[in-house]
Design a protein around this ligand. Structure first.
Ligand SMILES: NC(=O)c1ccc[n+]([C@@H]2O[C@H](COP(=O)([O-])OP(=O)(O)OC[C@H]3O[C@@H](n4cnc5c(N)ncnc54)[C@H](OP(=O)(O)O)[C@@H]3O)[C@@H](O)[C@H]2O)c1
Length: 360
């Protein structure tokens, strides 16, 4: 007998990231979307009436017919994905976790709280141990709050994780970010066509703080951030999806370029198989002009990070480019992966992965 899938709610379901959640969760083996939540603009309407669908095709029929709920409604889904703007997320995510929901968030609001794991299973799965600290300190029994990073930080930490063993001393980052990273309707076409914007509000600071937390170590009680100096410049370019980051790095050791490429190609996450994880999270592209957003963002169904152009840097030693799909690996896909890890690790009450393995 097939097991009933776990009900999930999506906060901000009508936005750019919310739509990705709906698309990626269609046919998910463990989770099913049961509740969609929007702002007062959408609450009470059917999802198909409320949404301006920006992805290919149309919303799945079962979702299109759901009535959009308001953010202060009560939700019955044990698992909640948040794609809310920062201001709306700040207190509501904590309230929902306190009420017993497991909340996996994309918003920046609570990412840097000391007891909130800023997680990406292939990079820092052991940070999940912070959930025990969080529950103990806050008196939460079944609720939890897990965040994933800013979408531009994602290709940076994915590419750097295998290099942490060489000692990362200094980093210089220059991003070229897609327009979907600003949500919908996002940046005006008058600003974006035939243009590059040399400023993305808030993202340079996030590159500098979130990367250190994500690459840090869990000491049993908190995260010891990676001690490294980070300088970031963030720009917006006329690309629909896919954030490219040019990375220069100074390493304490001096590995050969071929060893670094081998580290990337061999890298596999030290976590159990998760339904949304690609077999290899990183790919190195040898063509001199790759990675490119249009050609490489869908690698591994949008979940792989593509790296290329590794060469010597006369300033910091090594430089290369890394690319991730910003609304898949950089947002909804990563949250789903975090939820899958929470499920496998037994942090979602009443949910046993073994039941699903038997049922499928
Ligand atoms: N886009 C990316 O690549 C990306 C990547 C990583 C993280 N993020 C983060 O993910 C979050 C969502 O980003 P997005 O790009 O999807 O933004 P978006 O396209 O502007 O969508 C925002 C969503 O939040 C809802 N919302 C807005 N104000 C609300 C309120 N007061 N109460 C309840 N719902 C409200 C909107 O509902 P209505 O449509 O009903 O107004 C919409 O569904 C942000 O925190 C962003 O920083 C985005």
């Amino acid at each position: 007998m097939a097991m009933q899938k776990l009900d999930v709610a999506i906060l901000g379901a009508t936005g750019a990231v919310g739509q990705r959640f709906i698309q990626l969760l269609e046919g998910h083996p463990w989770f099913q979307v049961s509740e969609v939540i929007g702002s007062s603009r959408s609450a009470g309407k059917s999802y198909s009436e409320a949404v301006h669908w920006v992805l290919d095709g149309n919303p799945p029929a079962g979702i299109a017919a759901l009535t959009v709920k308001a953010l202060d409604d009560e939700f019955c889904s044990p698992l909640v994905f948040s794609a809310l703007p920062k201001e709306a997320a700040m207190t509501r995510e904590l309230e929902l976790a306190a009420a017993g929901h497991v909340v996996c968030s994309n918003a920046s609001a609570n990412r840097m709280l000391a007891d909130v794991p800023l997680m990406l299973p292939e990079v820092n799965a052991e940070h999940i141990g912070l959930i025990d600290v969080q529950r103990r300190r806050r008196g939460w029994r079944s609720g939890a709050l897990v965040a994933n990073s800013n979408c531009t930080v994602m290709p940076v930490v994915m590419a750097l994780k295998p290099l942490v063993k060489y000692g990362i001393r200094r980093l210089h980052l220059v991003s070229e970010q897609a327009v979907s990273g600003a949500g919908y309707p996002g940046v005006s076409s008058m600003d974006m066509i035939d243009n590059i914007l040399p400023y993305v509000p808030g993202d340079e600071d996030k590159m500098q703080t979130e990367s250190r937390k994500m690459l840090g170590a869990f000491n049993g009680e908190s995260i010891d951030e990676l001690e490294t100096v980070v300088s970031a410049t963030c720009t917006r370019v006329p690309v629909v999806d896919g954030h490219l980051v040019n990375i220069s790095v100074e390493l304490a050791d001096q590995p050969a370029l071929s060893s670094v490429i081998a580290d990337w190609e061999r890298y596999q996450a030290p976590v159990p198989d998760l339904p949304s994880a690609p077999e290899y999270p990183l790919q190195y592209l040898y063509q001199i002009d790759r990675p490119q957003p249009r050609r490489d963002r869908q690698a591994g169904k949008g979940m792989m990070t593509s790296i290329g152009r590794l060469r010597e840097c006369p300033v910091l030693g090594y430089k290369f480019a890394a690319l991730s799909h910003n609304t898949i690996r950089g947002a909804a896909g990563c949250s789903i992966l975090n939820a899958e890890l929470m499920a496998v690790a037994g942090y979602i009450e009443g949910f046993r992965v073994a039941d699903y393995a038997l049922a499928t």
